[in-house]
Design a protein around this ligand. Structure first.
Ligand code: UD1
Ligand code: UDP
Length: 371
């Protein structure tokens, strides 16, 4: 029997790891599976746990309002010590690039458990962008014993860093496993929030916005909000819907600058299934989110990415994503161009899915079964 501990803490990790937990649980004779949430996020994490019906065995319940990287990192490492000593897993699965990911890798190394890194090998090679995620990924990659790369581009990044080929598996991104599974459930059973949003939107076109990155906090967010305001004024027949991330550094400028604009609707973060519905209902998405960039091509939605660098070049190459940074003029001009230029819009919304076929979790589980 292989003892597996799956650890995550934030909304996107939960979305991308829940299908993997379910996959391990399909093999109870092979894996003894335990889930630990650091709860680096709370409400935004719980929304996802509820939807995927994942009940953590360990909940460190660490989130503090306005938390900082120092305290969070230290608390995760210390919290994991007790969990690792209690369960003593053979394998610890971590995901991506958050503080939970990096700190759990360090703690697992101290416990001499093997680290499996899901969504491995994404790189910008710019330590300040995304901050602190790029370094979180690199540190995790240094420690990990097995690397599950979503694409061949991410595998090649790892090979360049001297990671051994036979410890890397290209799997696709588990976000697509989650998406394909969830789209079915959403159609079967729309929530009250979806029914209300649907009524509120009526026949209008929707521009969906999300944003939260630390490197955009401060001046970046001020420019983003000013750009959204200008787009709203230029396109009074469109509705801009923005589920605002709960980070106070995001809430403050967004509410201050945008709450009075007539055709901008600021709402609480949506439960995953409701957000997928809203993506599908949207014409265009403006975001700095990693996960949204990966999901949107599957739904045929053009994305403008408010970042200067990307560790997800596949979507840019496929042409479904354009980087616009946080330059106000560029965000406005690219958005208006896409809305006004039907040919460009059609080209961008052609379906491409560089991120997987929905079978990533099966590949990860089979690989770990055989090591
Ligand atoms: C974190 C990750 C980032 C990831 C993002 C996904 C790090 C350093 N950052 O950023 O990589 O892309 O999550 O959303 O790991 N908050 C709540 N309720 C919640 C969640 C957050 O109130 O459910 C508020 C709290 O005040 C919290 C703050 O947001 O202190 C910041 O949360 P934190 O996880 O530190 O950073 P994020 O910006 O969410
Ligand atoms: N998401 C959600 N509710 C929202 C906004 C986003 O469930 O209101 C989902 C989205 O579908 C994607 C993930 O959250 O899977 C992205 O999370 P986030 O943007 O917070 O983090 P990142 O992907 O940038 O790390």
């Amino acid at each position: 029997m292989k003892k597996i501990l799956v650890v995550f803490g934030t909304r996107p990790e939960a979305i991308k790891m829940s299908p993997l937990v379910k996959k391990f649980e399909e093999y109870p004779d092979v894996f003894e599976t335990r889930v630990c949430v650091t709860a680096q996020h709370r409400e935004m994490l719980d929304q996802v746990l509820d939807f995927f019906e994942v009940e953590p065995h360990y909940d460190l319940d660490l989130m503090k309002p306005g938390q900082n990287l120092y305290g969070l990192t230290a608390a995760i490492i210390l919290g994991l010590k007790d969990v690792l000593e209690d369960f003593n897993p053979d394998f610890v699965c971590v995901h991506g690039d958050t503080s939970t990911t990096m700190s759990t890798s360090i703690a697992s190394f101290y416990n001499q458990s093997k680290v499996c890194h899901i969504e491995a090998g994404l790189r910008t090679n710019d330590k300040w962008s995304p901050f602190p995620e790029e370094i979180n990924r690199q540190v995790t990659g240094r420690i990990a014993d097995y690397h599950f790369a979503p694409t061949t581009t991410s595998r090649d990044n790892l090979l360049k860093e001297g990671i051994k080929d036979d410890t890397i598996l290209v799997t696709g991104n588990t976000v697509i496993d989650a998406l394909l599974e969830s789209v079915k459930k959403i159609e079967e059973n729309p929530s009250d929030i979806v029914v209300n949003l649907d009524k509120l939107i009526g026949d209008e076109e929707v521009i969906l916005v999300t944003g939260h990155r630390r490197e955009n906090h401060g001046a970046g967010f001020e420019r983003i909000c000013e750009a959204l305001k200008e787009i709203a004024v230029s396109k009074p027949d469109h509705k801009i819907i923005y589920p605002v991330h709960l980070n106070p550094k995001v809430q403050e400028p967004v509410n201050r600058i945008l709450s009075d604009v007539k055709n901008i609707l600021l709402i609480d973060p949506l439960a995953y299934q409701d957000f997928i519905w809203l993506m599908n209902r949207s014409k265009l998405i403006i975001t700095d989110s990693g996960g949204v960039q990966e999901e949107a091509p599957s739904l045929g939605k053009p994305v403008l990415v408010m970042r200067d660098t990307t560790e997800r070049p596949e979507a840019v190459d496929a042409g479904t994503v354009v980087l616009v940074g946080t330059d106000k003029e560029l965000i406005v001009s690219e958005t208006l161009d896409l809305l006004n230029n039907q040919d460009r819009f059609n080209r961008m919304s052609e379906l491409h899915n560089p991120y997987g076929d929905g079978k990533a979790c099966e590949r990860v589980a089979k690989f770990i079964m055989n090591v």
